[in-house]
Design a protein. Structure first.
Ligand code: ZN
Length: 312
């Protein structure tokens, strides 16, 4: 009987342990998109204590000698899980993390990689974000909103290598084409193309099957950058959020046409200082109104474009 009680206690301990494990990190499952390329896909929701800020994607490419990671997820607990998933696939060290842009949901996991000795590569204008009040205030707010996953130990990590022009670099024995595509979603947008894998990491410049999040983006700069991205012979696009695309040109065109539509709808009104609400109501949104996240994002996107055109 004593043995049975011991077993029972052991069983309960296992269950509690399992629950804690689930709470400690959501299941991160790498999805293979090319022979040596994988990504993990965050949920289509806002960051919260429940989802540990798992709302963005990260990718990794297993090179000849080491591993290159693209973006670092939204909290250190997530990046630690990503590291253990990478280590299940390869014993090669993680040597580099390339950032598509310095936004909280893509960078709060950086410290786990730099603690391992990985070098961080980012576009130079990311320095401005790092030292800005916006970044400092955001971190303070995130420590409250995303506790305990983002906490007092979560820190902003500066890049080791800053990129200030388009260039092709050899990392871990593979070629990586780095392209400056900002200002678009952010001033420091960087796209990464891996020609041997035909995979393009587009950051938050391409959205598949959903209304993009425009935020304070430079919409005209964004449209121009999409042209640059369509010049790659990509078979796959891994975006900053949501599912990967195996129809790169189609998804690039969808994002581009949406931005062009927004600008056309808002331009005249913005220049002539017409009332935003009236213009919004009389615009025919039928092309986009059934696309996912239309209700959540479209009005705010239109308003941001309306304001930004006034500042152009
Ligand atoms: Zn993002």
């Amino acid at each position: 009987m004593r043995l049975k009680i011991t077993n029972f206690i052991f069983f309960i301990a296992l269950c509690v342990g399992a629950v804690n494990d689930i709470n400690a990190a959501p299941i991160i499952t790498p999805i293979q998109v090319a022979p040596n390329t994988f990504y993990v896909q965050g949920g289509a929701e806002l960051g919260s204590t429940d989802n540990q800020n798992y709302i963005s994607n990260a990718g990794f490419v297993i090179g000849k000698e080491c591993v290159v990671v693209i973006d670092s997820l939204g909290s250190p607990v997530l990046s630690k899980q990503l590291i253990s998933e990478i280590q299940k696939k390869t014993e090669k060290p993680i040597a580099f993390v390339i950032l598509t842009h310095y936004h909280a949901d893509h960078i709060y996991g950086l410290q786990s990689f730099s603690d391992l000795g990985a070098k961080v590569i980012a576009q130079e204008l990311g320095r401005e974000y790092l030292t800005s009040d916006t970044a400092a205030q955001r971190l303070i707010a995130s420590r409250a909103e995303l506790a305990p996953w983002v906490n007092d130990k979560t820190r902003l990590v500066s890049a080791d290598i800053w990129i200030n022009k388009d260039q092709t670099v050899s990392l871990c024995g593979l070629s990586f084409e780095l392209r400056q595509v900002g200002p678009a979603h952010t001033p420091d947008d960087l796209a990464i193309y891996v020609p041997s894998e035909k995979v393009l990491f587009a950051g938050d410049l391409v959205f598949k099957g959903r209304i993009p999040y425009v935020g304070t983006a430079d919409s005209q700069g964004w449209i121009n950058s999409l042209k640059k991205l369509s010049s790659f012979d990509s078979k796959v696009i891994v975006p900053g959020h949501g599912a990967f695309s195996d129809q790169p040109q189609q998804d690039l065109i969808f994002t581009r046409d949406y931005l062009i539509f927004l600008r056309q709808a808002m331009k005249q009104a913005a220049i002539e200082l017409e009332d935003f609400d009236q213009v919004y109501e009389k615009t025919d949104w039928s092309t986009y109104q059934n696309v996912p996240l239309f209700k959540a994002a479209n009005r705010m996107n239109a308003y941001n474009v309306y304001l930004s055109i006034q500042n152009e």
